[in-house]
Design a protein around this ligand. Structure first.
Ligand SMILES: Cc1ncc(COP(=O)(O)O)c(C=O)c1O
Length: 364
C-alpha cells in the first residue's frame, strides 16, 4: 500500500532517510572521538533504539522512568535518565530497574541524592549518578565550579550511589551554524570550568555527557566530552531544518493528512489538528505555522483546533481539493511522535511495516 492510501491522519517514517541519519551521526561521533548516547525522546520506539545501539551507541538516554522501563523491558541496557526525578514511587521503580540493568541518573541537588540513596539502598541496588551543571541553558544544573564538587562529594558518601561524572544539556546552542558554533565555544569554556574544579579535588570523572542535535557537529570543540546525547537527529524536523542543521530531505517523519473541507474561501482544512501535529510553534526560521506541507510549501498551516488544521491557501497556486492527501513535516518531531500510538514504516513511499511507539505517553 502506498503512504497516500493509508488511513489518515497517520505518522510515517521513511526508512531510507532514518538509516542515513543514524549512520551519519554514528560516523560523525566516531570522527570526533566522542561516544553517542542518543536521547530516545524523539522516537520512543524500541526498534529505533536497537538500530542506534547496533551502530555503536554507548547506551541510551531517556527522561522518564516509564521510558527506561520500556527500553529495559526490551532487553536494552546502559540507560541514562537525564532528568532529576523526584517522588518515592518513581525512585522505587528506578532502583528496581537498576538491580537488573546499568542505570544512571543526572541530578543537581543534595535532596535528590539523599532520596535516590534511600531508594537504591532499600533494594540493594547501585545507581550511577552524574552531576548536572549549567552550561548556559539556565534550565537545570548547578553552577560549574565548587557546587559541582560539593554535590559530587555528597554523592560519593551516600550508600547505593556511585558518582560517575558530569552532565549538561546544550539547549542554548541554537540558531544559524555561525551562532551554534560560537555558543558551543562558550559552552566549551563552561565544561572546562566544571572539569577543572573536579580535577583540583582529584575526583575521578569517568563520564562527561553533553550535547543535542544542533550542537552535534561541533562536539570536537569541547575538550573532555566523552559522550553526546542528540535525540532529534534520527528524524529531524522543521526546527532542525531552519537552523541549517539538516536538509528537508533529511526529515524522516511525515504526518500524512487528508483535506476534509475547502468550503470556506481561501482555506483548506486538514484532518490533522493539535492532537496530531501538536501546537508547538517553530523556534527557528519564520517562527510561523504548524508544519510544512510538502505538496504546497507556500500554503502555511496557520491555525490548529484539536482535529482541524487550517491552511491558508491564498499565497499558493496549489489547488487543494476535498479528499486530497498531503504530507506534512512537523515543526518538532519529538512532541509530534508522542501523539501517536504507532508509526508506519515506508520504503520508496510504500508502507512496509508498523512500529509501536512503546514509550509514548510515559510521563512518569
Ligand atoms: C537532557 C537532554 N539531553 C538531550 C536532549 C536531546 O536534544 P535534541 O533533541 O536537540 O537532540 C534533550 C532534549 O530536550 C535533553 O533535554
Amino acid at each position: 500500500m502506498l503512504a497516500k492510501e493509508l488511513s489518515t491522519p497517520v505518522l510515517t517514517v521513511d526508512l531510507d532517510v532514518l538509516e542515513r541519519n543514524l549512520q551519519r551521526v554514528a560516523e560523525a561521533c566516531r570522527k570526533q572521538g566522542v561516544g553517542l548516547r542518543p536521547h530516545t525522546k524523539t522516537h520512543k520506539t524500541v526498534e529505533v533504539a536497537r538500530r542506534q545501539l547496533a551502530l555503536g551507541a554507548v547506551g541510551l538516554t531517556v527522561a522518564k522512568v516509564g521510558e527506561a522501563e520500556v527500553m529495559a523491558g526490551a532487553g536494552l541496557d546502559d540507560i541514562l535518565v537525564a532528568y532529576p526525578l523526584m517522588g518515592q514511587e518513581k525512585l522505587r521503580r528506578l532502583a528496581a530497574l537498576a538491580r537488573a540493568r546499568r542505570i544512571m541518573i543526572s541530578i543537581d541537588s543534595e535532596t535528590a541524592a539523599h532520596e535516590l540513596s534511600k531508594a537504591a539502598s532499600a533494594q540493594g541496588a547501585t545507581l550511577g549518578v552524574l552531576v548536572e551543571f549549567d552550561a548556559g541553558g539556565h534550565r537545570c544544573g548547578v553552577e560549574r565550579g565548587p557546587a559541582v564538587v560539593a554535590l559530587a562529594k555528597a554523592i560519593e558518601k551516600l550508600p547505593g550511589l556511585k558518582f560517575r561524572g558530569v552532565m549538561s544539556y546544550f539547549g542554548n546552542v541554537w540558531g544559524t551554524p555561525e551562532e551554534r558554533r560560537a555558543e558551543t565555544e562558550r559552552v566549551a569554556l563552561r565544561v572546562a570550568g566544571a572539569l577543572a574544579a573536579l580535577r583540583v579535588e582529584q575526583m575521578p570523572v569517568e563520564i562527561v555527557s553533553g550535547g543535542s542535535t544542533p550542537s552535534l557537529e561541533f562536539a570536537h570543540l569541547i575538550p573532555g566530552l566523552t559522550e553526546i546525547r542528540p535525540g532529534t537527529y534520527v528524524y529531524n524536523d522543521l526546527n532542525t531544518y531552519y537552523q541549517g542543521a539538516c536538509r528537508l530531505e533529511d526529515c524522516a517523519v511525515r504526518v500524512v493528512a487528508t483535506v476534509v473541507s475547502t468550503a470556506v474561501s481561501g482555506r483548506a482544512i486538514l484532518d490533522s489538528g493539535s492532537k496530531t501535529l501538536t501546537s508547538d510553534l517553530l523556534n527557528a526560521g519564520p517562527k510561523f505555522g504548524y508544519g510544512y506541507i510538502v505538496e504546497a510549501p507556500d500554503a502555511p498551516i496557520i491555525k490548529l483546533n484539536e482535529e482541524h488544521g487550517l491552511v491558508d491557501t491564498m499565497p499558493s497556486k496549489h489547488e487543494f481539493y476535498v479528499g486530497e492527501v498531503v504530507t506534512i513535516i512537523p515543526n518538532h518531531a519529538c512532541v509530534a511522535v508522542n501523539m501517536h500510538d504507532e508509526i508506519v514504516t515506508l520504503r520508496q513511499s510504500e508502507a512496509v511495516g508498523c512500529w509501536k511507539i512503546a514509550a509514548r505517553g510515559k510521563i512518569r
